[in-house]
Every structure is written in C-alpha cells, then in structure tokens.
Design a protein around this ligand. Structure first.
Ligand code: AHR
Length: 662
C-alpha cells in the first residue's frame, strides 16, 4: 500500500536547532534553478480562498446588512431588538410593545412583529446591529422594511441613527399607507464615523402595525449592489488574486444535525424568503458562545457564485453528503434516503451551468444571471471520515459522473493529515479513482516547517490534492489563545514552498478559516480580521498573497548542492516561470534568526542582473498585525542586483522576480 504519510528523517529535525534563537553562521547558498524545462504546469487554482460563515464572517461581516435579526426569525424572535420603554407584563399605555407573530410553518420565514402603539411619544424600538452598527461619515445608508397597516392608525415610521451618547447621526421618516404588506424604502446620510451606532425606530399615530425585514445597508457596497457585500472585505479577497473560492464551509455544510445542514436551495431566490438557520458555531465552543449567531443566507449560493466571478476565482461549492458533522452528532442519512442529497448536487450543477430553459437554470436567470457560472468542481462532503463516508461518496460519484462526466469531484480525507482514518480515506478514495482529495491540517508551526516535503512522496499518478484547510496553530487547534503571529505565517510560507514544489500533485490550496470579527469570533487564527468599520490582513494573509500573486505558469526545479531545499541551513525554496511576463520567480524562506546570503545560478534562460525582491520579514516571531497597525508585517518591494548574491533578512519570506532576456 502506498505510504501517504511523510516519513521524517532525524537529519531534518536537527536542522531546526537554529530556529530556537541561536544565531547561525553567515554562509552563502547557491540556488540552482533549471529553467530549461517545465516540471509541470501550475494549476490556475493553485492558491485560493476557503470561505465559511464562522466568526461572523458572513452575517455581521462580509454581508453588508447592518441590522441583526431583521426578520425576527432567531430562536428568540426579538433577540437583538430592545424596547426600553415597554414592559411585557403591562398594558404599556404610555408607550407600546412589539410581539412576534408566527404566521407560517413552511420552508420560508415564519415571523413578523406586531407593534401595538398606545402612545407613540413614549415608544421606541432599537436595533444595535452586530456588536454595534458601523457607519462612515458622509456615506449614504439605505433603509427598507415591509409593513402591513390594516387599521391605518399608524401614519409614519421614523428612523434615527444615534451614537452611544444618543447624538443623532442621521434620520428619516416614512409615511405608511393603510393596507396590506408593502415594501418601503428610504435613505439617509451619516454625519460622523461611529463603530457602535444604534437604529432607533419610533412612530406617529396609534394602533397596530405589522413589520418585517427591517434592513439597512450602506449604499457603498462592493460594486454598489443592493443586498451587497462589504467593500473593504471583498477588496482584500480580490487583492489575493485567488484561483478559486470554496464555499460555504466548513462544518456548516454538514450541520450539527442533518436537519441543520446547509441546503443551497433554501439560499436562492428572493432574500426575504430564505429560511434562516441556526449557525452551528453558535454553540460550538462554550468559551466563545455566540447565542445570536444565525445564518440569514443573505449571501446564498447565487451570491457566492457571483462573488467568485467578480474576483476571477473558480467556484468550488461543497455539499452535504448525508453525514452531519462528526465532531457533533454525526447523524447519518440511511442509504435508501440519500437520493434528495444527490439530487441537490445534480440540481446545483444545473443551477450553475444549465440553460435558462432548465428549471434551475431559470432560477439563476431570474436572479439576474442568465449566463452560466461555469462550474467545474463540486465537493462532496466537507471533512467526513470512515466507511460511512466512502459508501455515500460512491453514490454521489456515480450519479454526478453519469450526468455530468466533465465535472470534477472533490472528496475528502477527513480532519487529520495522518492516522488511521486519513490512511483509510486515502486508500479507499484512491481505489475508487477519486480525482481530487481535500486534506486538512491545523498543526503547530514546527509541523509546517518539518513537513515541507510532505508531498514529495505522493504518487504522481494518484489523485490530485486539495490542501483545503490549513493554518499553523501557535498554541493548539481551536485554542482561543492562538495568534496570527509571524512565526505561524513564516512556517506556513516554508511549507508552501513544498506545496508549490509539488504543483504537479497539489492543485488547490487554501488557508482556513478566512475571516473573523474582532468581537464575535469563535475560532482563531484567521486570515483576515475586521471590526464594524475596518479590516486588515494578517501576516498569514500577506504570505498567501505573495504566493498567489506570484503563482507562475510553470514549475521549475530548484536545488542547492543537488538537493531540494526543505530546511537545510534554515532555507526553503521553490521556483516557477511566468510565461506572460517572461519571468523566473524564486521564493525563498529563511527561518533562521540570522540573515543569509544566496546566489542564483539560472540554467536554460538568460536573466538580467537586476531583479525585484518582495520581502516579508520581522525579527520578532510574535509580531502581528492589528486594526491599529494593519501593516506591521506587510510586503515590501525593492530592486536588487542579483549578480553578486542577495541578502535574506532573518525570519523572512522572499520572492525574487528575474526578467528573462531574449
Ligand atoms: O476552519 C474551521 C473548521 O475546521 C472547519 O469548519 C472544518 O472543516 C474544520 O474542522
């Protein structure tokens, strides 16, 4: 049987002595780069993005909606809403009170609120957003709501945006007509930048009025779309030039129970009809409990496909395979009831690629995208393991291949990079002829440095690899003390030279998780952090970015003294050629506390003496970026003369770009 796991040599472990802070002697290493032939084409999908609604990444983050629980569908329907002058045990004759009305048990939204105004001058309904509402000075905000005003006693709804001291930042009033459900819209401008504003709603008139979908968006969203995404966050993603966008997770694909799995069909069509779902990260960690975490699906599958298209990434949706999260209930759908799950996969392909005359292609067209989304990949199961997975995977595989032979199916080897379930999954999936296997590793920084050769021993004729979730954990997996510090990012970079060197086998890679709200996260580390107003890329983000934006078109062989560089003398290296720009690009990671000198010996092409050097470095392995200091560690580009050799700073990631001369 093929040994998938990397065998470590004792020689390798001795290489890391220098890492512990001892200063290594200055020495010069010559890197032999063979540009005379391409080892392999580098897949355009090599560096991508893994998106999951964890850490308030979608609701409260990327999704620009500012009102939490806008349609009163949380388990406690008024969670997120305050009525400071109302008492549910009284008649409230000097104010009023809102109560939830459950009007439907269907697969849609179920509730609205009935606001009973006794004395409008005394009543107020307040929403404080997701850890506050973030607004920017001089920006416009769009407000909308649904109202049914049968009695017609209420004449106006007034909206006021206030800061924490009650100062008014913007306001608007809407006249409501007598009659059945109707959508109302207004907008206002904010006169200040405030990270924790509240929306106060008051009324004129008396009597009952029913309200639903009270929503507020910045006008300034990504591409100025209504129901849009936060511009700063999408920009950070676009700047990575990602090869693919994997969505919607992660464990939320599987759900805590099968009933709570992600069902894409419930996330498309009119936003107000998308049935809200409990987010499994709500209760996952008692030490980071977030009782107000639900999935509104304002970003649903249409929006994910559209985002992928916007940022030039190949869409990679992952679907439930009929097993709930095995870290939670692990519920299995019986094999004779698997059909609806398989049908979801087939229908998704039709939704993405089908003509507008097909039922699901028409849904896409009705949502404003008649052109296909060009789906090429589909993932079956997120992070499943064991025979139950393999049994279900086979059914999906057969059904998808029969109808859509060109669609590439991504399978998974479970949550661990080694051990019996990993070995079992790899063996079985290889036997079935799986095309791409998704591997996950949340390990120590040392593990990343020591496993730069992980894929060197993989079968070149076996399944391709998707390094689908990885991140160095400074303390331990899922520890709330984990940091996005430089040691972790540097170690990931060292490992990534190994991913790149094996680009003939490894065809997709992504860091995980992607995003976290500084006040509402459950899992750390994360690639991008944000609060209600701003966002920043971590050092890990910049490592991903410099690799992705210097991906290259062809893999080249790079060696020193005939050996690949996997940590000898604390150096790691990979090399590529980019045809479109005629460049040889060499990535070199120095994990030593001392600077190093290197020389290039490029064979097969002539390169000039000048090169561009992009450097990410810090002598402080604990250094991090933050909202206050977002670019503490960020790439810097200089011109260098490579003829006499170049310097690598201590603890540095370096990308050298050498122009090929004709
Ligand atoms: O990235 C966080 C979680 O880690 C993902 O949801 C899951 O796939 C993995 O266990």
């Amino acid at each position: 049987m093929k040994k998938f796991n990397t065998i470590k040599t004792t020689i390798l472990s001795s290489m890391f002595v220098c890492y512990s802070g001892l200063v290594s002697a200055q020495s010069s290493t010559t890197l032999d780069v063979d540009a005379s032939s391409s080892v392999a084409e580098i897949a355009p999908t090599m560096y991508g993005i893994f998106f999951e609604d964890i850490n308030f990444a979608a609701d409260g983050g990327l999704y620009a909606e500012l009102i939490k629980n806008r349609s009163f569908e949380f388990d406690s329907p008024l969670m997120g809403w305050e009525q400071p002058k109302s008492d549910r045990h009284s008649y409230n004759k000097n104010s009023g009170i809102a109560v939830p009305v459950k009007y439907s048990q269907q697969q849609t939204n179920h509730n609205f609120i009935r606001v009973k105004i006794k004395d409008a001058s005394g009543y107020k309904l307040i929403n404080k957003g997701f850890r506050g509402i973030g607004v920017h000075e001089n920006e416009n905000y769009r407000l909308s709501f649904l109202a049914s005003n049968d009695a017609g006693g209420v004449t106006h709804v007034h909206f006021k945006l206030v800061d924490e001291n009650g100062k008014v930042l913007g306001s608007s009033s809407v006249k409501v007509s007598k009659g059945d459900w109707k959508k109302y819209q207004t907008e206002f401008n904010s006169n200040a930048t405030v990270d924790k504003a509240s929306l106060e709603i008051t009324f004129s008139g008396q009597g009952d009025i029913d309200l639903d979908m009270i929503s507020m968006f910045p006008e300034n969203t990504w591409k100025n779309r209504e129901n849009g995404m936060r511009k700063d966050l999408v920009q950070l993603l676009a700047d990575m030039d990602p090869g693919f966008l994997r969505f919607p997770g992660g464990c939320i694909v599987e759900g805590r129970t099968l009933a709570e799995r992600y069902q894409w069909k419930k996330t498309v069509g009119p936003v107000a009809d998308r049935e809200i779902l409990f987010n499994r990260w709500n209760t996952e960690f008692s030490h980071r409990s977030t009782p107000d975490y639900f999935q509104s699906f304002g970003i649903g599958f249409f929006e994910y496909f559209q985002l992928a298209e916007d940022i030039g990434a190949t869409p990679l949706p992952i679907l439930s395979c009929g097993i709930a999260c095995q870290f939670n209930t692990g519920e299995l759908v019986p094999m004779d009831q698997l059909d609806p799950y398989v049908q979801d996969a087939l229908d998704l392909i039709e939704f993405a690629n089908g003509s507008v005359d097909t039922p699901w292609g028409k849904v896409r067209a009705d949502m404003g995208h008649p052109e296909p989304f060009n789906l090429k990949y589909i993932g079956v199961g997120n992070e499943q393991w064991g025979p139950d997975y393999i049994e279900r995977y086979k059914v999906f595989n057969d059904a998808i291949k029969e109808q859509y032979p060109d669609i590439i199916i991504v399978s998974g080897s479970g949550p661990f990079p080694d051990g019996d379930y990993y070995e079992y999954g790899m063996e079985q999936l290889t036997k079935i002829g799986a095309e791409i296997i998704d591997e996950h590793y949340y390990k120590s920084p040392e593990w990343f440095r020591e496993n730069a050769d992980r894929y060197d021993s993989y079968d070149r004729n076996g399944p391709k690899i998707f390094a689908g979730e990885y991140a160095a954990q400074s303390v331990a997996i899922a520890s709330p003390e984990n940091e996005n510090n430089w040691e972790c990012a540097l170690s990931e970079a060292a490992f990534m030279t190994g991913l790149e060197r094996n680009a003939d086998v490894v065809q997709l890679t992504s860091y995980a998780p992607l995003m976290a709200h500084t006040e509402a996260w459950q899992w750390t580390p994360d690639l991008i952090w944000f609060d209600n107003l701003s966002s920043y890329g971590t050092p890990n983000y910049y490592v991903q970015k410099v690799f992705a934006t210097n991906r290259g078109s062809d893999l080249l062989k790079v060696s020193a003294k005939g050996e690949k560089l996997i940590g000898q003398n604390d150096l790691y290296a990979s090399a590529v050629k980019e045809d479109s720009t005629s460049e040889v690009i060499v990535k070199v990671v120095n994990t030593a506390s001392s600077s190093k000198s290197i020389k290039f010996n490029i064979k097969g092409v002539k390169t000039g003496k000048n090169a561009e050097q992009i450097v990410l470095a810090s002598e402080d392995l604990k250094a991090m970026n933050s909202i206050e200091n977002p670019k503490n560690i960020a790439p810097e580009t200089t011109k260098v003369n490579v003829q006499k050799g170049v310097q690598l700073s201590p603890y540095s990631v370096n990308v050298f770009k050498l122009k090929i001369e004709k």
